[in-house]
Design a protein around this ligand. Sequence first.
Ligand code: GLN
Length: 483
Amino acid sequence: MHKKTVAELSAGLKAKEFSSEELTQVFLQRIADLDKELNTYITVTEEQAIYQAKKADKKIAENTAGTLTGIPLAQKDIFCTQGVKTTCGSKMLENFVAPYDATTVTQFNNAGMVLLGKTNMDEFAMGSSNESSYFGAVSNPWDLATVPGGSSGGSAAAVAACLAPVATGTDTGGSIRQPAAFCGITGLKPTYGRVSRYGMIAFASSLDQGGIMARSAEDCAMLLNTMAGFDEKDSTSAKIATENYSQSLHSKVEGLKIGLPQEYFAEGLDAQVGQCIEAAIKEYEKMGAKIIELSLENTSLAVPTYYIVAPAECSSNLSRFDGVRYGYRCQDPKDLTDLYLRSRGEGFGDEVKRRILIGTYALSAGYYDAYYLKAQKLRQLISNDFTQAFKQVDVLIGPTTPDVAFKKGEKSDPVSMYLSDIYTIAVNLAGLPAISIPVGRIKNKPVGLQLIGNYFNEAKLLNIAHQYQTITDWHRGIPEKFQ
Ligand code: GLN
């Protein structure tokens, strides 16, 4: 049961081959048996899961169930859950219980899904390896010595190891797509504004976007049907009509124009990863797609631009953690300044502090124009590249990451970690949707292909990803230890 996709589980529940309670028990048992090695969950919500599963079974018996009713899911621990801890991977929020649910949580509750627990992540979603979590690193189920990617590494590893059939993630600079690539699963980052950010703890508000980590594009579509749409509680959510993302999966790829940005195949890309990507592109050609080479000239500016914009926004967002209102408070503060300094000094980890320092510096009087304003201008140039590209092509294709999963501890200097996001970050700066799908393995380590779509064109992305998954089996791969 644990190897099935959401689509298969939904059919099984409907046909009463198993109950949601049985299904939920299978996953809870797997978590109890296998998660010690992986560390994918920060909190397991066993009691709530059984309660929700029973409720779902009742709905199924009464024939009032929807397609997702009774399906277990894991939520990244950045989404606020009423009555359940939301830590954001930080000591700062180690004991924080939100007084309300994130919209995403409400949506899946209303759809009758079963919450298995909250998944591990880089502290405040800052990182590409899940090593910055206060709750310890996560292991990649394909090779326990390597990282699962980050920041949604817990969600990615949980889905890859079948400790959840599907999970949520968030993507500020690649945190859905990069861990999806490293763990051999499918990860969808929707257009900025497509999915509500209400109740999703903010890192960099103009870049953050919630999305889905699943076994297949078909599963991503099923969840997006519930997740997408305007939310009056999120002023940046878009009032643009949603589609039935499952319906459009089956369109043919024939005649599709796929753009190949030359900058995504330049120096820095591992040769074997490049070969896997080229093989996948050949599959698309065989299906009748046309490949068009083009240029996204400002690609090399994406990482430096991001590392001004994201820290600037994070320094402002994280100022709310002051030891007064909620979160960690230091012991016996001498005075108010001491309370601020020590609560923040003791509550935040190194990477978060580094970003707050960079961001505060970039926003300070005298430096604002030189850094923040300049970065905003470059951000526009990066977006313009994509706008130009989408005049010629329907989607863009390339690797999700320059290399496969790296060893824990390998990227100890921050800059080499930052550079590993070279292919994912520009998408967030432009606010576009993108998906990563598994297209091969090198020495048993998965390789991810990235497809980037035009604004609000998730349907096309899911369709193209699904078409590849109907003729290949990479997305069906499960690491040997977790079969
Ligand atoms: N790795 C990037 C960072 O460290 C992106 C993180 C994310 O998407 N949340 O900021």
